[in-house]
Design a protein around this ligand. Sequence first.
Ligand SMILES: [Fe+2]
Length: 279
Amino acid sequence: MAFTSLELEPRIGSELKISKESLLSGAHALDIRALLVQRGVLVMRDLYLTDDEQRHFARTMGDLRLGGIKKEGEEGLMKVTFDKKENPEYAKFFFGSQLWHMDGTYEEVPPFATMLTPRVLANTGGDTEFVNNYATYEDLPQEEKFRLDTLKVVHTMQAALFPAKPDCSPEEFALWCTYPARAHPLVWHHKSGRKSLVLSTSASHVAGMHPAESRDLLTRLMWHATQPRYVYRHKWRMGDLLMWDNTGTMHRVLPFDEESGRKLHRFTLNGEEPVSAAA
Ligand SMILES: [Fe+2]
């Protein structure tokens, strides 16, 4: 076996032990993908990948996101930092990443997976947490699964960002409202046959439901999903490579000193299937 793995938490996360050579060869990409989807998050320590190596690895795992409207920066590289000089296009939205979310809920086909390597660590804070939304679905009572199966949720940029910045200016709020809303089934029936909850702070409301009932349901599900037994908390170390399956997880960054210049380099893989309801 070219790699071994160790569970980080019972319900989410595995650490993969693999040499850089084996990782970059692509020979084990299918096995790594299978483990990623099973465990939600994969962590590799002490790899110290360059940008080119990280990009190369990403290409072995799927369809690298390069450009178009959702431009990800140079050859797929996005610099995740609050420093607007480093990332003028996106830094103004990253504050929303401190709340639990899936990436790309505004897209018909959300991204499949994302890979991060740290380049500058925060002095304090800045851990990233992940939730396994396959596990959170599996643990629901059967009658609730039947009910949730019928529901669609509308995701909006203002729902994602306003709770993270309630003192925003009217102009900022108006800008967020210009982004298109997107409705997704609340339960994703993946092609694999597995099911997961599609939860995110971007969830504005359940389509067709009374607003009070909708708010209660989404709040209760978010509370359920973020219980410690579903969460993996990653403490960053230089040399890390971390990858998550965006289609079956949520993530958030914990508060950190923004003056520290915390920076991660990110590559994202395009999604491979739309969020599908029961057939
Ligand atoms: Fe994110």
